[in-house]
Write a protein that binds this ligand. Sequence first.
Ligand code: BTN
Length: 328
Amino acid sequence: MPKTSLLPLLASGEFCSGQVLADALGVSRTAVWKQLNALADYGLEIESVKGRGYRIPGGIDLLDADLVRSALSPQAAGLLSGLLLLDTVDSTNAEAMRQVEAGAGAGLACSAEQQSAGRGRRGRTWVSPFARNIYLSLAWQYHQGAAALEGLSLAVGVAVARALAASQLPPVQLKWPNDIVFKGAKLGGILLEMTGDAAGTCQVIVGVGLNVAMPVAAAGAIDQAWTDIDSMLEPGGRRPGRNVLLASLLNELLPLLAGFEQQGFGPWRDEWQALDAFAGEPVVLHTGARDLAGIARGVDERGALQLETAAAGIQSIYGGEISLRRAP
Ligand code: BTN
């Protein structure tokens, strides 16, 4: 019995007796008890009260393919070729890549409750606790090489911002090249990975991580200012369910991916600039080799940062292993 089979029975947050759990799963109470203990591996708190049974305080919002599919737009439903929802995986990007290498086509979406080796940009780990956040990877195939995909990761940021707005959340901002920020703290990140022929047919995996209800204990491993959707809510505001959020992301991302090779970044540029967290501000660009200070002047039609420096005027900076910070 996989240890996650107990979770749907406890998801509501109500108490459930050991006997009810055992009967529902057709196993002994001892087996139930062992599985409950094993759930601690996921960082889940299981409360046990004599005479009442077990519960997960506050309940748990599990991923559910039917709920995701029922919230898809007709256009996104038509573009989605497969929806893989996993309990735990090393990285949804890595899994989507494996699926593509095994023959999965454009439009495969892969998400998981937990990533054991979530990947961030610049070799960082993406902190991915169980059933709290969103980890989504989408595969798409392109035919005109990597050059036709310039600016795609920035357009993905705009699509994520739209998805959050469609879920009635307050407006977020974007930090070049790939961060989604709220009030200056990181809410989410985007990681594009590519395989195939960089000059011809290639497969792109678009990975999106969004902090929804990040447990403070897990967040200790994050090495920058972070936030989550819970912290964005007005007092008494209701957090949208993760399945609805996942569907909103797919509703925006799938049409973007389907049209990008034809349209390029151009149609997304104005919206990106309107969401630019650093527009007109003094910034420092960290490239690993050196730091470059200047004023952030938005992006060009290819998605390159326009950095104005005293020495060289406007310089175009392309993505890669670069990060941008507000100047101290
Ligand atoms: C960043 O460093 O800002 C990018 C973070 C990207 C995280 C997402 S979570 C889903 C997908 N799977 C991964 O392993 N990484 C991306």
